[in-house]
Design a protein around this ligand. Structure first.
Ligand SMILES: [Zn+2]
Length: 316
């Protein structure tokens, strides 16, 4: 049977338990070498009737789910595979209601699955931005306003020292076109500076607007240029239009799909949009829906988010 292209095909394809299992196994161990997640041994025997392996090294059993976001979940791989497929490929994201309808789990379960998969989609790269020499855009966005009145809101914010919440801080490497974004508790100088210092290589060019938190960037060995949104949005190379584009995608997704987003969960919605943005098809990199699916699956290993984590009060 051919690999799924449409949602309907994906549902049919993964409804077959063996096929879903084989595919999860292939995604987890693409070279075919099934290794024990506990001791790393490649010596094991497959117990076909129970779809698990017995490790000859540590003498314990393991399943295809161990160490992944699917661990400890009673949900079958058929449903997980379909959920990942949907989240990767629906342009404006999907709601728990859509997932609940598509795969036949309760809406509460669908909601939980969505959050786990979103967590897995967050990039685990240790590389810093700006290494290829391209400028890096930095900007903050405030969820709740429309992109249209965003600049007006920001101007008033800067004037009144009133910081709306929740805020998302983003970086865009214009050379590699990679975006990184996350929810921040405030947009004070130290908060933004810490993110930049972590994620952007020294001596990179950084373009921002005239928000005063960025004024100390040169002291941290960055080449900083700013556009003052009061009278200009673009000055030659100096602008944050790449991030503006990302903010409008993020806001459109939030508006079209999600009725209300708790600040605590917003970060995972942001991660989902970052994943889709960074893995979108370009001229040089013609990614398909299946490529995005494989990427999300390979990033799923080693990440687990428990129900307690999700229900925790704002802890992140
Ligand atoms: Zn073992």
């Amino acid at each position: 049977m051919k690999k799924p292209v449409t949602l309907q095909q994906a549902i049919v394809y993964f409804a077959d338990a063996t096929r879903a299992f084989d595919y999860a196994k292939f995604l987890r161990w693409p070279d075919g070498k099934v290794t024990c997640p506990r001791c790393g041994s490649e010596k094991n025997s497959f117990v076909k009737t129970r779809s698990l392996w017995f490790c000859n090294g540590c003498k314990k059993q393991f399943t295809v789910k161990v160490g992944t976001i699917f661990e400890d979940s009673p949900i079958g791989l058929d449903k997980w595979m379909t959920a990942v497929w949907m989240i990767c490929n629906c342009k404006n994201g999907i709601s728990s209601y859509e997932l609940h309808r598509a795969i036949g789990v309760t809406q509460k379960t669908a909601w939980f699955m969505l959050h786990r998969v979103r967590e897995a989609m967050r990039s685990g790269s240790f590389m810093r931005l700006g290494q290829e020499g391209g400028p890096v855009e930095a900007d903050e966005a405030f969820i709740g306003g429309t992109p249209k009145n965003m600049h007006a809101r920001k101007r008033s914010m800067i004037r009144n020292q009133h910081i709306p919440k929740p805020s998302v801080f983003g970086l865009l490497d214009r050379e590699t076109r990679e975006v990184r974004a996350k929810v921040v508790h405030d947009v004070k100088r130290d908060t933004l500076m810490n993110v930049i210092l972590d994620q952007v290589a020294p001596r990179s060019k950084i373009y921002t607007d005239a928000y005063k938190a960025y004024e100390t960037l040169p002291q941290h060995q960055y080449i900083h240029e700013a556009v003052n949104h009061l009278d200009e949005y673009v000055r030659g190379e100096v602008h944050t239009q790449g991030l503006e584009n990302f903010w409008s995608l993020l806001k459109r997704g939030l508006k079209g799909t999600y009725v209300a987003v708790e600040p605590f969960h917003l970060d995972r919605y942001v991660a989902e949009q970052v994943f889709r943005f960074n893995n979108r098809a370009t001229k040089d990199n013609p990614l398909t829906d299946e490529d995005r699916f494989v990427l999300a699956m390979t990033q799923a290993a080693g990440r687990r988010l428990t129900y307690a984590d999700l229900m925790g009060r704002g802890a992140d």
